[in-house]
Write a protein that binds this ligand. Structure first.
Ligand code: SF4
Ligand code: SF4
Length: 309
């Protein structure tokens, strides 16, 4: 086991710094587990949550990354540049070359030498153009909101277990676990986001009455493509729910999660920092604290950090 440090360079191949100070370029070692393509069972399931779960284990929301002729390859016609695969590659071999995601080299290597590596640097640099492109592709490819949200939350430090739909009478989208605290998550990419606060209350009632959850110890999270418009009653309902029931529903956008993941940062829901309501519904401060710098999004057309006025 080695304690390598892997540094992602935006627009270039990653570097591996070994414990002895030796530096070399990351290469794909064709590892057995292929975390770039699949989640491990313990990442998408958790016996403690006690609900029937969805076991879809794909990392890529468009199946653009595949294993063909003994190599991992990326189909750039399908790639939406989310960076999920790059954030999971154990050697840092998947990188953005300025135009597209690609994989550097192929060589033999030992998976165990990389398991405990520390990853840092930048997978992608945020910009209005890039986020606009990704948001357009999410809509164009009709991407499954639950899968991309689960995968991004997992990469941002919130273990997310999707509930199985169809054959069970369970309406919630996902259970989240953050620092041993469990909670519910509603995921909505269209105007139905307005119904999310009410769905969260429904989810909490089901979990507490049927699955033995303790209401006071439960987190609540809404994941939206963009933050709901100020003219809607979303933020008012959130505030009412907090005032009357003392339930703090937190809200994040997909763009927020993407930028967090691109910078290898983790979010923490325990301190309710993502509780936003009609008095303050801006996520700008949250992202700047996380990144420890200004965020490079000037006109927030996709409501990643602030609702449209
Ligand atoms: S960057 Fe995203 S869309 Fe592209 S191959 Fe990787 S996971 Fe798939
Ligand atoms: S791209 Fe990374 S995670 Fe995927 S097989 Fe190669 S080394 Fe393993």
């Amino acid at each position: 086991m080695k304690n390598n440090k892997i540094i992602k360079h935006y627009s270039g191949k990653s570097s591996v710094i070994e414990e002895n100070g030796e530096v070399f370029q990351s290469r794909c070692i064709n590892c057995n587990n292929k975390k770039c393509m699949k989640y491990m069972p313990n990442e998408i399931a958790n016996d403690n949550v006690k609900i029937p779960i969805n076991i879809v284990d794909d990392v890529c929301p468009t199946q653009a990354i595949k294993y063909e002729n003994g190599k991992v390859i990326i189909d750039n016609k399908k790639c939406i540049k989310c960076g999920l695969c790059a954030s999971r590659c154990i050697t840092g071999a998947i990188y953005y070359d300025g135009k597209k995601f690609t994989i550097s080299g192929y060589e033999m290597g030992k998976e165990k030498d990389y398991i405990d590596s520390i990853h840092c640097g930048e997978i992608l640099k945020e910009s209005n153009e890039l986020l606009k492109e990704i948001y357009n592709d999410i809509i164009r490819f009709n991407i499954n909101p639950n899968i991309i949200s689960r995968n991004l939350l997992n990469q941002c430090g919130i273990q997310t277990i999707l509930s199985r739909k169809g054959d069970v009478n369970l309406r919630m989208d996902a259970i989240i676990i953050n620092n041993d605290k469990r909670g519910v998550c509603e995921i909505e990419f269209n105007n139905d986001v307005l119904s999310c606060p009410r769905c969260i209350l429904d989810d909490l009632a089901v979990l507490c009455s049927r699955y033995d959850y303790n209401l006071e110890d439960t987190l609540s999270l809404v994941v939206a493509l963009g933050l709901p418009n100020n003219r809607t009653d979303y933020w008012r309902v959130i505030q009412d729910t907090n005032n009357i029931l003392n339930i703090k529903i937190q809200t994040v956008s997909i763009g927020f999660l993407l930028i967090t993941m691109w910078n290898f940062k983790k979010i923490n829901l325990i301190s309710n920092d993502f509780y936003k309501d009609c008095d303050d519904n801006s996520l700008y401060k949250n992202i700047e604290v996380l990144l420890n710098r200004k965020v490079n999004i000037i006109s927030d057309d996709n409501s990643i950090f602030e609702p449209l006025k």
